[in-house]
Structures are given as C-alpha cells and as structure tokens.
Design a protein around this ligand. Structure first.
Ligand code: C5P
Length: 213
C-alpha cells in the first residue's frame, strides 16, 4: 500500500447498498485518510424534517442550514422512512448547495475518502481517483435486507427491493446532481465480490493511480 500524497481525494459513487460505504471506510483506513459518508448528511437533514413533522422543501432547507448542529452519529438515520425522506430532500437544489460546502471543507485539510452519488461529478470533479461501485438490484436488496434484519427491522426482501429500485430511480432521474458515473470513473461491479475482494480491486486501482501522480 503506497502512502497517499497530501490532500488526496478518493471519490466513490454508486447506487444504494452497492457496497460503497464498506469499501470507502476500508480505503480510508488503508490510505490513512479521513472518511465522510455523505449520505449521512442527507439522512440527518431528513431525520430532522421527519422529527419536526415536516414534509415541505422549506423545512428541508432550514434543517440543512443548521447542519452544524446535526448529529451524524444518531442511531436512527438508517430506517426506511429516513431512506425515503433523504432521497426527497436530496432532490432539492438549495439543500444540495448548502451541503456542498460542508463536503468540500471536510477534505480541505488532509484529503479524504467520500462516498455518495455526486462526489466524482459535482463535489470533487477533479479528484484523482474516482470509483463507481455497482451491484445488481437483487444482490443489493439481499445485502440491505440482511442488514435490516441484523438491526432488528422487520421487513421483507420484496419490500427492500422495491424501496431500493424506487430510490435509485429517483436519484438517477432528478434534475439536481443525478446519480451517474463521472466520465473518468473506474467502474467496479461488486455483484460477485465479497467485501475483501472489492477492497483488493479498489486498492489496486488507487495504487495504480498514485503511481502515476
Ligand atoms: O448513501 P445513502 O443511501 O445513505 O444516501 C441516502 C440518500 O441521500 C440517497 O438515496 C440520495 O438521494 C442522497 N444522497 C445524495 N448525494 C450524495 C449522498 C446521498 O443525493 N452524495
């Protein structure tokens, strides 16, 4: 593992439950970089909109503006209602603009690994390493269903699959920063890979890129 040059940004995007979070965390550890799960920002805004009983865009913008008071370590950010509301607030351009500064500031001091939907396209279009992580809908649904079961959330595989498909469709087709691979992203399909295999493939890509920097 080569050591990362100062301020290296590794941008990781992909649909829900593609394995990008696990991968991002491991790359951050291996290359000694801070890690930001940018989905948590949208989830934290969504949680506060739900807690306030709100549904409208204005609520989401106000909650995003108070982001520095939002607790990203809350344990109730990964529930199905937050999944849906996060995707809804993420389609609001003003909310995205507010969260953009937070994401860029995060990587300013020492670089970072960030995962999300628009890291390689909008947040850090100049990142030297971009990964676009995918897996088939069936594989992603099975993974997410197992996670839900492990955290005690009672749901069916079919319901999880339908929710993922709906969220992907919304994320891909929205006008503001839609989910799509950056033209220079390395694509990694993890459908037939376990977490170790995905990490090895991604680390090889990062090392190859660092060798040419
Ligand atoms: O990654 P995660 O599933 O936690 O993200 C929750 C939602 O937040 C996504 O469905 C997406 O709508 C939104 N999101 C986004 N841009 C990001 C990260 C997440 O729009 N960079």
């Amino acid at each position: 593992m080569r050591s990362a040059p100062q301020k290296l940004v590794i941008a990781i995007d992909g649909p829900a439950a593609s394995g990008k979070g696990t991968l991002a965390r491991r790359l951050a550890g291996a290359f000694n970089l801070p890690y930001l799960d940018t989905g948590l920002l949208y989830r934290a805004v969504a949680r506060r909109v739900l807690d306030a009983g709100g549904t409208a865009a204005q609520d989401a913008i106000a909650q995003a503006q108070s982001l520095n008071r939002v607790d990203l370590t809350r344990t109730d950010l990964r529930t199905p209602d937050v999944d849906r509301m996060a995707s809804a607030v993420a389609s609001i351009a003003e909310v995205r603009a507010i969260l953009l500064d937070f994401q860029r500031d995060f990587a300013t001091a020492s670089g970072a690994v960030l995962d999300g939907r628009d890291i390689g396209t909008i947040v850090f279009p100049g990142a030297p390493v971009k990964l676009y992580v995918t897996a088939s809908l069936d594989v992603r649904a099975a993974r997410r269903h197992a996670e839900r079961a492990a955290s005690g959330i009672d749901t069916t595989l079919a319901a999880v699959r339908d929710d993922l498909a709906a969220r992907d469709e919304a994320d891909r087709t929205r006008a503001a920063a839609p989910l799509k691979p950056a033209p220079d992203a390395h694509r990694l399909d993890t459908s037939a890979m376990d977490a170790d295999h995905a990490f090895e493939a991604a680390a090889a890509i990062v090392n190859r890129t660092l060798a040419h920097l």
